[in-house]
Design a protein around this ligand. Sequence first.
Ligand code: COA
Length: 125
Amino acid sequence: MPGFRTSEDHGFGYHTLTGYSVTIPPAHRDYKKYPHPLSAVKLARLAVDLSQQGNGLGERLLIDAIYRTVLVAKQISAIGLFVDPMTPEVIPFYQQYDFLPADPSDHSRLEMWLPIETCLEIVST
Ligand SMILES: CC(C)(COP(=O)(O)OP(=O)(O)OC[C@H]1O[C@@H](n2cnc3c(N)ncnc32)[C@H](O)[C@@H]1OP(=O)(O)O)[C@@H](O)C(=O)NCCC(=O)NCCS
């Protein structure tokens, strides 16, 4: 995958971010006139050790990933943070932070994204 790569290891959990190009823009009218492809950040990995799940570490790692997305967006106009949920069961985890389906017209596609405006709101609270 293109772009930068960073990994945050908190001992019992980690995330990995990569640069991402969105060739088909999300169904969002604000992006219809943008040049293509659009830049974004991808949450390529997020995992918490089974023994530590349910203690808030996953949320802290996700907030850290969102914070880093905002830093990137200040440099290259990234449109948000994308993720491919590993299973349908993990979708509600992302929904609670307002991740949206990347393509609402295609229900077979699990990919989700957090628009940069929402990322900014989350890091400013
Ligand atoms: C998904 C995962 C990262 C969550 O980490 P965690 O440390 O257990 O999550 P947290 O304790 O920070 O939970 C934060 C909130 O998310 C909720 N949550 C956690 N897992 C959830 C799930 N699968 N579905 C819905 N909500 C979930 C928690 O209840 C908590 O909500 P609350 O604050 O209202 O109680 C972790 O379960 C994991 O590593 N799973 C296996 C790998 C995986 O699926 N990674 C995602 C790849 S896309």
